[in-house]
Ligand binder design. Structure first.
Ligand code: PHE
Length: 453
């Protein structure tokens, strides 16, 4: 039997929901969501995203948590237990967090560095054009911040599910909501911010296209921490009497709510700063690490806002990296049959080594490229654009046609009535598989520059 006899648990619903929401709410919400929303037409992207969240996101998250709770195992063991032929899905799912954790922690390290810069009075410097580039291309400094971030993650995971993860989430997540509200309100009240707010919330249907849906869908998977075994692992720590359906609803509200607020913080402020153009929202890391410091610098009280902002990003990133590490640790425990402590150490050392590739990929190894990408971008591409859609697709096919949706429905109904059973079944069997194939094709073509979404 692979099931551990002494598997730890979340103490109750709040602990579970906050920890899962902690995983979901991360850099993806605060930095990726706003720039995607700005890029794909503001309000229309928001609308499409919300519709997808309550259908696709809901169905997949329910399936994953139910699989975890039903088997009491992390991804590899869970798929194997349910159907030997699908063990490979568990393996694929397990590889994703192992790839993401190191580079996510590198970015987490950058966040601590910026927080430190703002706290120590370096806000002016951080707003300079060359600051970010200079920092990431230096060799020792990013390594130091990366080690600090991943070290903190490891300590929390080492403390365990209840005493580490649940405790930290119960503190950080409410603080995160308050900090987000503070900055969003501040940003919306800036003179001239209303244009940005309008752009962000009013849907312009002429901007709707298939690419809006694809982009929103890709973001959704990433943001809800789906297709990487995380929700299976967290589900395996969930007690049978906790209502599964309403937990999923609450996690979704949390995740989408914080993404929405992040847009409210960033889009109006950048509009004001740039005189009303969405293009200034830029793309990729430059939004958070180059544009925003400039925006803060231009505002009254910008240093304080900058400190609050980077603190909230740090909390969001930490609760996500904890879930990544926990998932890998739990798999190593289950598979290698070693204790948590040793598993933590193994995962920590492995991640540090892999993370070094990503940090040094901007420094001494800047010339080394894999299919034209730097290490960090390559890890991001393989995990998010290739493996995650494959795992999501296999999960849908498995649940829809082999395990059968009824098995998930039964597990959900252990703890109450499954109200959205109908939507769940249609999405998992028909809609999700088709859309995921489209995402996979488009993201791979996009990466090779054949077709730009
Ligand atoms: N969901 C997190 C976010 O929005 C990202 C994440 C990805 C977290 C993978 C854990 C695992 O940033």
């Amino acid at each position: 039997m692979e099931k551990e006899t002494t598997r730890s648990n979340f103490t109750g619903k709040i602990g579970f929901v906050l920890a899962a929401a902690g995983s979901a709410v991360g850099l993806g919400n605060i930095w990726r969501f706003p720039y995607l929303a700005a890029k794909y037409g503001g309000g229309i992207f928001l609308l499409v995203y919300i519709i997808l969240a309550v259908t696709f996101g809901f169905a997949l998250m329910t399936a994953e948590i139910a699989i975890g709770r039903k088997t009491g195992l992390s991804a590899i063991g869970a798929f194997k237990r349910l159907d030997k032929r699908f063990s490979f899905v568990g393996w694929l799912a397990a590889i994703v967090p192992a790839i993401i954790l190191p580079y996510y922690s590198v970015i987490g390290g950058w966040v601590i560095k910026y927080l430190y810069a703002f706290v120590s009075g370096g806000a002016m410097d951080a707003a300079q054009d060359a600051y970010f580039g200079g920092f990431i291309s230096s060799n020792a400094e990013p390594v130091f911040w990366f080690m600090l971030f991943i070290g903190a993650t490891a300590l929390i995971v080492l403390a365990g599910v209840e005493k580490g993860i649940e405790k930290v989430s119960k503190i950080m997540m409410p603080v995160l909501v308050v900090l987000s509200l503070v900055i969003a309100i501040y940003s919306v009240c800036l003179p001239g911010a209303i244009e940005g707010v309008k752009y962000y919330v009013l849907p312009d249907f002429s901007k709707f296209s298939a690419t809006t849906v694809l982009a929103a869908m890709g973001q959704l998977f990433y943001s809800m921490s789906l297709a990487m075994g995380i929700m299976i692992t967290y589900g395996s720590y969930m007690k049978k009497d906790v209502n599964l359906e309403s937990s999923v609803t609450q996690i979704e509200i949390f995740d989408t709510g914080i993404a929405f607020l992040a847009g409210m913080m960033i889009i109006p402020a950048v509009f004001v700063f740039s005189g009303g153009t969405p293009e200034a929202l830029g793309k990729g890391p430059s939004l958070m690490f180059v544009t925003l410091p400039k925006v803060f610098e231009s505002m009254a009280g910008g240093t304080v806002i900058g400190i609050i902002f980077f603190l909230l990003v740090l909390f969001a990133a930490l609760t996500s990296s904890i879930s990544l590490m926990e998932t890998v640790v739990s798999i190593v425990c289950d598979k290698a049959k070693i204790g948590r402590r040793l598993a933590c150490l193994v995962v920590f050392v492995g991640s540090v080594l892999l993370g070094l590739l990503s940090t040094l990929g901007y420094g001494v190894w800047a010339e080394v490229k894999i299919i034209g990408m730097q290490f960090l971008d390559f890890f991001d591409f393989i995990s998010n654009s290739v493996l995650m859609p494959i795992v999501a697709l296999c999960t849908c096919v498995f649940v829809g046609y082999f395990l059968k949706p009824q098995a998930i429905v039964d597990e959900v109904e252990v703890s109450g009535k499954f109200k959205r059973k109908g939507i769940f079944t249609v999405v998992i069997k028909y809609l999700a598989p088709i859309c995921i194939v489209l995402i996979l094709i488009s993201s791979v073509l996009d990466a090779f520059g054949v077709f730009k979404i």
